[in-house]
Design a protein around this ligand. Sequence first.
Ligand code: URA
Length: 213
Amino acid sequence: MTAEETLNQLAQEISACTHCVLHETRKMSVPGDGPANAEIMFIGEGPGFHENEQGHPFVGASGKFLDQLLAQANVTRSEVFICNIVKCRPPGNRDPLPDEITACDAHLEAQIKIINPSIIVTLGRISMNKFIPGAKITAVHGQMRKVDDRFVIPMFHPAAALHQAALKPSILADFARLPDQLNEARAALGKPVIIKEKIVEENQDKPKQLSLF
Ligand code: URA
């Protein structure tokens, strides 16, 4: 089986999962979206109303903001894997409970093993806690660190930045560093550095400027 097929099979298993109570109230499970060879994996908290309706992660308001943040890092959704710490919606969008996170952890671990990303970006304190327990997000956001075989960058949750304007400059700045951090991670993991061209059209009369990543 290819990695893509294994990932799809896992998504099928997740859609039939009854390991915690969240399956009782879900409309659709939300396993995650993205290619099996993604270099960057984003892990949010849990599906919200729209995700539960559509079966895809980050399709509501915070997803729209995430799209802007990705664009600022010159990254498209189609090249990253986006999922959540729990795959079914906690009722009323409450935080997932510790036993729900534990019950869902085997699914997340299996996804990480299949995808083997260079970088995991945690969105919000709940997914940060899995990799950097006890850290304070206000102190460590944007800082990349090695955790086991890969690098982890904790970031604020896009929804938090939407609701607290004071966090917006920080999340924008953290995403802007992502291309350089990806190359730093790749170099440390012995993978070739990626040079991605971005056409910056400042002025039609001026020559087009190429930037790295
Ligand atoms: N918030 C999350 O943490 N995940 C989603 O998929 C949507 C909103």
